[in-house]
Design a binder for this molecule. Structure first.
Ligand SMILES: NC(=O)c1ccc[n+]([C@@H]2O[C@H](COP(=O)([O-])OP(=O)(O)OC[C@H]3O[C@@H](n4cnc5c(N)ncnc54)[C@H](O)[C@@H]3O)[C@@H](O)[C@H]2O)c1
Length: 292
């Protein structure tokens, strides 16, 4: 029975995951490296809960109760008593392996360690711990409070009991768990990222401007968000990291990231989270503009 959840990383995914778990009645400890990051996470949760109450999907009282169940800390040890830890830190193999090894030392023996990695093989992350049967992928979609899917990734060493426990937990969050095999990118990013990459090549080659490319995919393919607007939502640094991991892990040059990703990331244009990516976010978001 999972009552307390530790979420590590208070960025756009971690904050959203903390909110979803708290809405489902879990006591949540949200950890990040600095108070400033935690403050950013809390502001994101406040804004998201306010949107849900305004829409009428959540009552004021339930939003307040969810908020009261979330505590924040810069110390991992604050989450020691949790039955489930979900890491949502940067998409870097070494950083995640280091964190999982630390969680393995800190958390009680039966606790499950889940990773929200977009691409990294779970078997490799699990091998950094002494409990590889209790390490699993719980891949939330962005933004977690809105999106209905959680990919549940079973590594080679993940036990059936662990897969069942996190699938039940996903269902308790009101999400649909879909079990996938542990192969870089799973299903979601294996299919999505080559499309986003191709859209960036179209931009680099001047086939259309950003708004044109997105309009083709929204109006022609019925996608709710164009690929470049979606890349801005995901984070261009995260997209670049995912493509590099796909290329390295699967060894196929078809995943080679378009060089433009790197230039944007080098310039600090990371998408919505930095205020600028393929679009600038002081402006009206592209999917809300009149072009049709
Ligand atoms: N952005 C998406 O659409 C999306 C979707 C699904 C999964 N993911 C995955 O979720 C993870 C997080 O992505 P994000 O978009 O939230 O990134 P982000 O950059 O918004 O947030 C990452 C947070 O992790 C914190 N952090 C880094 N190292 C840490 C450590 N050792 N201990 C504690 N906190 C640490 C950073 O300070 C930052 O606040 C990545 O693995 C990413 O691939 C992202």
């Amino acid at each position: 029975m999972i009552r307390r959840v530790l979420v590590v990383g208070a960025g756009q995914m971690g904050a959203g995951i903390a909110q979803v778990a708290a809405e489902a009645g879990r006591d949540v400890v949200l950890v990040d490296v600095s108070e400033a990051r935690l403050q950013g996470g809390r502001a994101q949760i406040d804004a998201s809960l306010a949107r849900l109450t305004k829409k009428g999907t959540l009552s004021q009282a339930d939003a307040q109760a969810a908020l009261a169940r979330i505590t924040t800390s810069v110390e991992l040890a604050a989450g020691q008593g949790a039955e489930l830890a979900i890491e949502a830190i940067v998409e870097e193999r070494e950083a995640k392996r280091r964190l999982l090894a630390e969680l393995d030392r800190l958390m009680a023996a039966p606790a499950i360690l889940a990773s929200n990695t977009s691409t990294l093989p779970i078997t490799d992350l699990a091998a950094a711990t002494g409990r590889p049967d209790r390490v699993v992928g719980m891949h939330f979609m962005n933004p977690p409070p809105v999106m209905a899917l959680i990919e549940v990734v079973a590594g080679l060493t993940t036990s059936e009991e662990t897969v069942r426990a996190v699938s039940d937990e996903a269902a308790a969050y009101g999400k649909t768990p879909v079990r996938v095999r542990d192969m870089a990118g799973f299903v979601s990013n294996r299919v999505l990222m080559p499309m986003l990459n191709e859209a960036v090549y179209c931009l680099m080659e001047g086939i259309a401007d950003a708004e044109g490319i997105d309009a083709v995919m929204r109006l022609g393919m019925n996608h709710p968000l164009g690929p470049l607007a979606l890349a801005d939502l995901i984070g261009l640094d995260t997209c670049l990291a995912i493509l590099e991991i796909l290329q390295r892990e699967l060894g196929d040059p078809k995943y080679r990231p378009c060089p433009l990703w790197r230039s944007y990331v080098q310039a600090g244009y990371l998408g919505r989270k930095s205020g600028r990516g393929f679009y600038t976010y002081a402006q009206v978001p592209p999917e809300k503009r009149a072009r049709s």
